[in-house]
Structures are given as C-alpha cells and as structure tokens.
Design a protein around this ligand. Structure first.
Ligand code: PHE
Length: 332
C-alpha cells in the first residue's frame, strides 16, 4: 500500500504503466487476489478485506491522476492557441462576367420601368411551346433540340425564356412591362455554341396602342446604353410568337481585327430576336387582342458578355478557371 501511495506518475504514459502494473490483468492486485486461495480459511476474511482496500486505493489513485492529467492537457492545448495571430485570408469571389452582363441589362430596362419576372427552368410543353404558338411539328420541339424529361410526359428544360411571357400574361392583365433573365437549355452540341446551357433575357411590353415604333425606340435606347452603339438595324425574321418579327443587329464596324471577326466582316453583330406579340399568343394567355397589343424580345447574354469584355472565345465563360474569372473581380 505504501508502494502505491508513493507512486506519482506525471505523464499519460507513466499513468498507463501504473494502471498496467497494479490494475492490469497481470497486475499486482489481480495476482494478490488469486493468492487468496492459498490463504488458510480462518484468515481469508481479513485477507479479502485488505485486498479490497488495496484495489480501491489503486483505482482511486488512478482516477484522480487521470483527471488531473486530462485537465493539464486541455490547458496546454488552450495556451498553444494564439488568439492574436492574423486569420487565414478568405478568398473573396467575384461575379461571373455573364452575371455582370445580365445585371447591366436588367439595370438598363429597370430605368425604363420594366420589372423582373421569373419562371421555372423545368417547364411544361404548354408554356414553352403551345402557348407561344409553336406548332407540334415545329423543329424546335425536335428531340435533337429540346431536352425532354424522361418519364414525365410534356415536361422539358425550357429552350428559351419566352415561356415567362405566357406565365406573366396568364396571371395578370395589361399594362405589363417585364424582363425575365435566366438559364435556357438546348441540345446543340454540334452547333457553334457547342454547349447545352446558356442565358437569355426576355422582354415583354403589353398595353393599349403599343406599336413597332415603341419596340424600336426601346431597343435603340438599350443598345446605346449597353454598348454605346451608334446604330441598330432590324432585319425581318420569323418567330411563331411574334408578327411581324425581326432580328436586331448593332453596328460595330470593321475597323479592328476583333470587330471584323466578331461581325464576320459585315460590321453588324446580331444580338436579339423581337417582334409584335402575335394576337394568338395574347388570346392563348387570356388577354383581349382587340384591345391590347405589345412587343417582345429575347436576347442571348453570352454574346453580349464577349462583346462587353472583349473576350475572344465563348468557351472561356464556362471553364470556371479562376485565373480567368478573377479579372472581372472589380466589375459589378
Ligand atoms: N425566344 C426567341 C429565341 O430564343 C427570341 C425571341 C423572344 C424572339 C421574344 C421574339 C420575341 O430565339
């Protein structure tokens, strides 16, 4: 007993040896317990009591020392922590050039009184095609162009932001003045775009007496604010949901190598599709086409980002290489 009392292990290793020596399966206490058998019967009681006291002593001492050592370990861990050391710098992200471009577009139209509307990226056939006057046999519905949701008939990834037009018109009456930025999907792996997801901003303006002149002036203002473009050009085109329809080009000229390439030598860069909303679309969405008229437009954002930041290759926008993206850290 004196021996146990004299022990003073002062490290976790020493404490463990203490435990093994006295309390382990080959330890002193165990050995003495086994010796009980050889003790003459009349002394067994006294011996047993003594053994129990000894075992208790060893166990108590072990527990006390363990508590003390654990507390010490905790304390030294805490003092090793230098609370005055400077923190690890957190990398601050930056907006993606596509997001920056999208925000600029939204900003310009907001100043003209347009508000932002939203719609789902997983869309139904009605809003994406039928309501927009796109017939069943239209090539845009082709399996090569549209991602359909397997197992859910008539559900698809929206191929343009135009379904937001239908959703807004179904829910409210004119005057309507909205833009709808967002992602769209097309299965166009063999085209020059060569990626299946890109971004568009849709615009819709419905009221009494809206004319093509309003459309033209709105888009001219946009082009000048966005690009400082001196001139725009509207070329006749076709979309099932507008009549008449047009595509708008902005004038860049061919003075620089870059502009020559971007405009394929013409000086004109196409940036959007537009037109007067087809009366059938208004009727499909519960709006009286004898009373109201309006215009709509839809523009791709990536192209405008290329133009705005003079980026030479559209693929750079989707590689998510931070060395490239970091360059736009100061853009808003
Ligand atoms: N939705 C058409 C497209 O994706 C663009 C468009 C929108 C054209 C609105 C006219 C009016 O190509």
């Amino acid at each position: 007993m004196a021996e146990i009392a004299a022990e003073a292990p002062n490290s976790p290793e020493a404490l463990e040896s203490f435990r093994i020596k006295y309390l382990g399966s080959k330890g002193t206490v165990k050995a003495l317990m086994e010796a009980l058998r050889q003790v003459p019967n009349e002394q067994k009681r006294e011996y047993g009591q003594l053994m129990n006291t000894l075992k208790q002593l060893a166990e108590d001492k072990y527990q006390a020392l363990k508590t003390e050592l654990d507390a010490q370990a905790e304390l030294s861990a805490a003092t090793q922590l230098d609370l005055s050391a400077p923190a690890e710098p957190l990398p601050i992200g930056s907006r993606h050039p596509v997001a920056v471009t999208m925000n600029r577009i939204v900003d310009i139209f907001s100043r003209m009184g347009f508000s932002v509307a939203d719609g789902p990226e997983i869309e139904d056939d009605w809003h994406n095609f039928s309501a927009m006057n796109t017939p069943e046999d239209h090539p845009a519905r082709d399996m090569q162009d549209t991602f359909y949701i397997v197992d859910v008939p008539k559900m698809l990834l929206r191929t343009h932001t135009s379904p937001v037009q239908a959703r807004v018109m179904e829910n409210r009456q004119p005057p309507i003045r909205i833009i709808a930025p967002g992602r769209v999907y097309r299965n166009e792996t063999i085209s020059t775009r060569s990626h299946c997801q890109f971004h568009q901003v849709e615009g819709l303006y419905i009221d009494e007496n809206v004319s093509f002149a309003d459309l033209k002036q709105t888009l001219l203002y946009f082009a000048q604010e966005m690009f400082g473009a001196p001139r725009i050009r509207l070329r006749p085109s076709f979309f099932p949901f507008t009549e008449p329809s047009a595509e708008m080009d902005i004038w860049l000229g061919t003075d620089t190598e870059k502009n020559y390439r971007l405009t394929k030598g013409t000086g004109w860069l196409e940036i959007l599709g537009c037109g007067m909303v087809d009366p059938q679309v208004l009727e499909n969405c519960g709006i009286d086409s004898t009373r109201y008229s309006g215009f709509a437009f839809g523009m791709g954002i990536e192209r405008q980002a290329l133009r705005l930041y003079e980026i030479g290759d559209i693929r750079l926008l989707f590689e998510n290489d931070v060395r490239f993206l970091r360059q736009f850290a100061s853009a808003m």
